[in-house]
Design a protein around this ligand. Structure first.
Ligand code: ADQ
Length: 479
């Protein structure tokens, strides 16, 4: 079965977060289920520069204000269709924001164009290729469902996946006439949202199936607390909403072979992790210490609960812990981390920025991976933590609740604990969890049992890829 995946980022070519990891790993996992995936992705410089042998498969005279080409290429086992449109994607700066961190003002046009092209592919824009299932990721691709519903091929079935409902792609009504949609689409049954245009809203309204990236988040987003205004729509569409847990790329994230580590290891020889810890402490200018090293690899935002960590740093250090932080994001949170590093030399280190290799070393060398998110659709850093023996300390929300087994007394006794969970998500409860983690770390046998249990947890795509395959098959059977 042919599936067209549509995404605004994909590992290893272009990544700002977890969406790229999923978009890059899922097609490879689906191959084992006889699903052949091609991925439509924007031709940002990082993408077009990586193409060695591309083949132009279609030319588009006017794509929202300029000409464009579709280039088919194979990169790292992924079949790509690159939307090469200079006026939309060939520019320096970030993929969503300019050098000052401001959203590109034509984002609506860039991602409407991406979505429109996907719907045209399903209508046969490229000879010999006609995907019946389109899998659209997040608001940047969600409008595919609207383009299919209002003027697309009616045999096409569209799945929209919500990776984070906080990002909705909302624009003014003035863009509507430029979207190439009929007037009928500007209603509550289409893309209209509180008088403007909602890309994610339109996608969720028109999709044949909706997925999100964990069962708990699928339940949470049906409530006002987590639904960010879309809970009513999601409740109406509850029957078509599925929570399918993310997996991880088992090749890119394997402590036995990972080239970014100072020492490779398996569950049977976790002692070698100390070599990575040493490399990490030296990179972060931290002292040698017998206490646990907490690691944080994250966007520094309110969602990720970074302010709760900031409020607990003095406490963590007073208990004998150390902290290494890799991330960038909101200015006041970056400042809080930089300030903590100055106040606690040798105990707290902060590397501001984005560094893929260092993020791997953090997983291989930290004792504890901190993920105290206020909401977390799935979360990948705790999955990497499990695989690498960096015991996750997580808030009990979304995918974090679904993937970590809390080390309460009964779970320790039964030998099933894989991490530490806390709830409610506030700084005092996080402080208590930090104390609990430090006390557990002081019991080497319990700790190493928990570490090994985590490393043996199945965090692969095996199970979840099968669920996506079944969803596609059910939708295809329904045509
Ligand atoms: N400074 C840095 N340097 C290097 N690497 C860094 C980094 N900061 C973050 N990363 C990496 O970016 C990714 C983050 O993925 P997450 O899934 O944890 O969150 P994100 O909010 O981006 O994803 C959203 O989509 C994913 C995918 O569905 C959901 O799991 C998640 O809950 C949802 O919020 C990880 O691969 C992490 O290692």
């Amino acid at each position: 079965m042919d599936v067209l995946s549509v995404t605004s980022e994909i590992f290893p070519l272009v990544k700002t977060g977890g969406l790229a990891d999923v978009a890059g790993a899922l097609p490879l996992a689906l191959a084992a289920h006889d699903i052949s995936v091609r991925t439509l992705v924007p031709g940002y410089p990082a993408v077009t520069n990586a193409l060695k042998r591309g083949r132009v498969v279609a030319e588009i005279g006017d794509l929202f204000g300029g000409s464009a080409k579709l280039v088919a290429a194979r990169v790292g086992g992924l079949d790509l269709i690159v939307l090469d449109a200079e006026h939309l994607f060939d520019r320096p700066g970030g993929i969503y924001v300019d050098d000052f961190g401001k959203d590109w003002t034509d984002n609506w046009q860039r991602f409407a164009a991406l979505s429109w092209v996907a719907a045209e592919l399903a209508k046969g824009m490229v000879e010999g290729y006609r995907p019946r299932i389109i899998h659209a990721h997040d608001w940047q691709a969600a409008m595919v469902a609207a383009y299919v519903a209002f003027g697309g091929d009616q045999q096409t079935r569209v799945v929209v996946t919500i990776h984070n409902i906080a990002f909705q792609g909302q624009f003014g009504a003035d863009i509507f006439p430029h979207l190439r949609l009929p007037d009928a689409a500007f209603t509550m049954h289409g893309v209209e949202y509180y008088g403007g245009v909602g890309f994610l809203k339109g996608g969720l309204q028109c999709a044949h199936a909706i997925t999100t990236v964990s069962p708990t988040y699928a339940r949470e987003i049906r409530t006002p607390e987590y639904g960010m205004g879309l809970e009513g729509l999601l409740n109406q569409r509850g029957y078509d909403l599925h929570g399918i847990l993310n997996g991880i790329d088992p090749v890119a994230w394997n402590p036995q072979t990972d080239p970014a580590l100072a020492a490779n290891y398996a569950a049977a020889n976790t002692k070698k992790r100390s070599v990575n810890k040493l490399a990490l402490t030296s990179r972060f200018n931290l002292d040698h210490s017998e206490g646990p090293l907490f690691g944080l690899v994250s966007r520094l935002t309110w969602q990720k609960g970074i302010d709760l960590i900031a409020a607990n740093i003095d406490w963590l250090v007073s208990l004998g812990g150390q902290l290494a932080v890799l991330g960038s994001g909101e200015a006041h949170l970056e400042a809080a981390m930089a300030d903590a590093a100055v106040r606690h030399p040798g105990r707290v280190g902060f590397v501001q920025g984005y560094d893929e290799d260092l993020s791997h070393l953090m997983q291989g060398g930290s004792d504890i991976m901190l993920v105290p998110s206020r909401f977390e659709p799935c979360g990948l850093t705790q999955l990497y933590g499990l695989r690498y023996g960096a015991v996750p300390l997580v808030s009990r929300v979304g995918g974090l609740a679904d993937t970590v087994i809390d080390a309460n007394e009964a779970a320790i006794e039964a030998g099933v604990a894989t991490g530490i969970q806390f709830s409610p998500v506030d700084s005092q409860t996080l402080g208590e969890a930090i104390l609990r983690a430090i006390n557990l770390y002081a019991e080497p046998e319990t700790w190493s049992r928990m570490q090994r249990k985590g490393m043996k947890t199945d965090v692969s795509w095996n199970n979840s890829a099968g669920k996506y395959a079944m969803l596609y098959q059910n939708l295809a059977a329904d045509q």
